[in-house]
Design a protein around this ligand. Structure first.
Ligand SMILES: [Zn+2]
Length: 343
């Protein structure tokens, strides 16, 4: 079984043995040259007439030309972190040449909805780069409609190329009991049922922004396993660790990493008692192996709100908290998200 062939399947598998290791410018005019004074005067007249005509036509098109120049000149697009790698979340910050009603973008095949932040006078969106993204340069395409003035409702767009570098993640060889890699037929049925539940939950993409400010760690504890580790089990089965493990004993209070809505709070085969929070803009956080729920599906939570107690439910080899971050179908590195300085 190859991890790339079934990302969800391998995510399940990873959890099955989780916790194992603890301006407008005038174009240049014709150059005025001539040997004969008469000819020169004639040319001068023609030149002046040409300039006058040019200025007149320019004035007629001034508003359109100005808009075009501003579109090309005054967009700013910033990304945090500045160095992007495969597996990284990213905050895009955009300013537009004039006020716009709404701003949307396209990045690595995903639609991005930006939200305006008044205090920063900028548009922000959280997005990400999948683990599978190859190093290279990728465009972010921005589309907006102007909000006010004579050109209200005018469609403007911009594109910036952004570099994605290669991040190499560690690869570890592990030996585990066969039951971890070969579930019983009954277990298989529950796994299949869970797959449907998760597929439904993971489809959630709320365009609006629910997150507010920087993300905070869910527990105050050491990290026992990082994101992106390639695990090879018993020499054959491969999977990628698609979350971040915190070393916590059972019964430790687990907090929501940011504001959002609880879209899943139930027991799953691999994940154990699992909470999923929708933070808007396609961003979800997952909390696995809990011993107790403190929230239910549909609850609104704010950053720091207790969602449950840590544990070792599901297929974990010992108590710990597995935190995962999903953005529009891809798992992202939680450690990078926790370090971002957000508005
Ligand atoms: Zn884990």
């Amino acid at each position: 079984m190859k991890a790339s062939s079934d990302r969800e399947g391998s995510a399940d598998l990873a959890e099955s043995i989780d916790g194992l290791r603890n301006g407008v410018s005038i174009p240049p005019g014709p150059v005025l040259l001539g040997a004969c004074v008469t000819a020169m005067r004639e040319r001068l007249f023609h030149f002046v007439a040409l300039i006058a005509l040019l200025l007149f036509s320019r004035a007629a098109n001034l508003s359109a030309a100005t808009a075009a120049q501003q579109t090309a000149g005054n967009w700013t697009v910033g990304n945090q972190p500045a160095r992007l790698v495969n597996g990284s979340p990213v905050l895009f910050r955009v300013t537009t040449p004039k006020p716009v009603r709404a701003l949307s973008g396209n990045w690595l095949g995903h639609e991005i909805a930006f939200s305006f932040d008044v205090s920063h006078r900028s548009w922000f969106a959280l997005a990400g780069v999948s683990l599978e993204t190859k190093p290279g340069t990728y465009p972010i395409q921005l589309h907006a409609e102007t909000a006010s003035g004579q050109s209200a409702g005018q469609a403007i767009s911009f594109e910036k190329k952004i570099r994605v570098e290669r991040q190499r993640y560690p690869r570890v060889l592990l030996k585990v009991p066969a039951r971890y890699t070969a579930p019983s037929p009954e277990e298989q049925r529950q796994i299949e049922q869970d797959k449907e539940t998760k597929a439904e939950v993971f489809k959630t993409v709320s365009a609006g922004r629910e997150w507010k400010g920087s993300f905070a760690p869910p527990v105050d504890a050491a990290i026992s396993d990082v994101f992106g580790v390639e695990r090879v089990f018993n020499g054959s089965v491969e999977s990628t660790h698609q979350g971040l493990d915190f070393r916590v004993p059972s019964g430790t209070s687990v907090a929501a990493v940011n504001s959002g809505r609880v879209i899943l709070a139930r027991a799953l085969f691999f994940e154990g008692n699992c909470v999923v929070i929708d933070h808007g803009q396609g961003l979800l956080t997952l909390y696995l192996h809990l011993s107790k729920f403190s929230v239910k599906e549909g609850d609104e939570v704010s950053k720091g709100h207790m969602i449950g107690l840590s544990g070792g439910t599901g297929r974990a080899t010992g108590p710990h908290l597995h935190l995962a971050v999903r953005w529009q179908g891809v798992y992202l590195n939680p450690q990078v998200l926790l370090k971002l300085h957000l508005p």
